[in-house]
Design a protein around this ligand. Structure first.
Ligand code: C2E
Ligand code: CA
Ligand code: CA
Length: 282
């Protein structure tokens, strides 16, 4: 993409949002115990005729800065919930992980809005997990009320990118999270570095001590997958398992992965695919 003034990009993004030219892709997360699909994470995509493929790391912060995040969140969530209904018709009753900007949490009525959207489409709230990232300007601790409201409604909360940035152990203890996502930096490094392996192990043990699910993101190699299994991690997500998928590709992936799983874990003590897919880990 050629560098352009920020404003042109924002205007382009707003047009794409209004004209429904964004779309969502979905990355599977699997249970390390047996390779069963536990959730899919919804990730937004913008491919523009003028700007090319713009990554969310570029346009989500712009949407936040220019007052467009609410609309993006609502569009993305509605699209994802509708997609869940289609998957359920195909026999895939999985959970959804959806990324939320900390800005949205500043609206006190946001949990009610999310609940209403679930109700309107008849998607059970316990199928939804919101993924949140801490930032310097928006400490999650300030948002305790809002986060608690989500939990009361049965909606799960994951802390994303844990171990880097601003997330802290204190937050884990004080806030009503249900899941910790270990940042891919540590996951990638854990195979070679004893320190990173120790950090990953400490995060997993801490998560378990607090009754939370530990998810590793950015799993790219068999070695990483196997070492996460040894460390007792619950869920894995990453290119090794699957790249983010177009909605119709989830069912074929599920079939393909069922055949691939035994080769990924080979004599590492992890079990074969379980047919009893209890999707809910919480
Ligand atoms: P994230 O929530 O940490 O999402 C994971 C990112 O890592 C995604 O990038 C995903 O495509 C990528 N990824 C997954 N597996 C691997 C792997 O094995 N290796 C590597 N190197 N990368 C992997 P993506 O889709 O570009 O999203 C970037 C970030 O943008 C997300 O980070 C999230 O913070 C934000 N984002 C994406 N979609 C949305 C959305 O709908 N709403 C909001 N508010 N933010 C979003
Ligand atoms: Ca995420
Ligand atoms: Ca992450």
């Amino acid at each position: 993409m050629t560098p352009r003034p920020e404003l042109a990009l924002v205007e382009g993004f707003e047009r794409a949002l209004i004209n429904q030219r964004l779309h969502m892709v979905y990355q599977p997360k699997v249970r390390l115990r047996d390779g069963a699909l536990t959730r899919v994470e919804a990730l937004v995509r913008w491919k523009d005729s003028e700007f090319g493929s713009v990554p969310p790391s570029r346009f989500v912060p712009l949407a936040e800065k220019h007052g467009l995040i609410e609309e993006l969140t609502q569009w993305g969530l509605r699209t994802t919930l509708r997609q869940w209904l289609k998957w359920r018709e195909q026999g895939i009753d999985t959970s959804l992980a959806f990324n939320i900007s900390a800005l949205s949490l500043e609206q006190l009525d946001f949990p009610d809005l999310v609940e209403r959207m679930c109700r309107a489409l008849d998607v059970p709230t316990d199928r939804l997990v919101l993924e949140l990232t801490e930032s310097a300007t928006q400490p999650l601790i300030k948002l305790m009320d809002t986060l608690t409201r989500f939990r009361i409604k049965g909606i799960g909360l994951a802390i994303d990118d844990f171990g880097t940035g601003y997330s802290s152990l204190m937050q884990l203890r004080q806030l009503p999270f249900t899941e910790v996502k270990i940042d891919r930096f540590f996951v990638g490094d854990a195979v070679n570095s004893q320190e990173s392996r120790l950090i990953v192990k400490a995060i997993i043990d801490l998560a378990h001590g607090l009754g939370l699910t530990a998810t590793a993101e950015g799993v790219e190699t068999r070695e990483q997958l196997q070492s996460l299994g040894e460390l007792g991690c619950d869920v894995a997500q990453g290119y090794l398992i699957s790249h983010p998928l177009e909605p119709d590709a989830l069912m074929p992936w599920k079939q393909e992965f069922r055949g691939r799983w035994p080769g990924l874990i080979e004599d590492k003590g992890l079990a074969l695919w379980s047919y009893a897919e209890t999707d809910n880990l919480r």
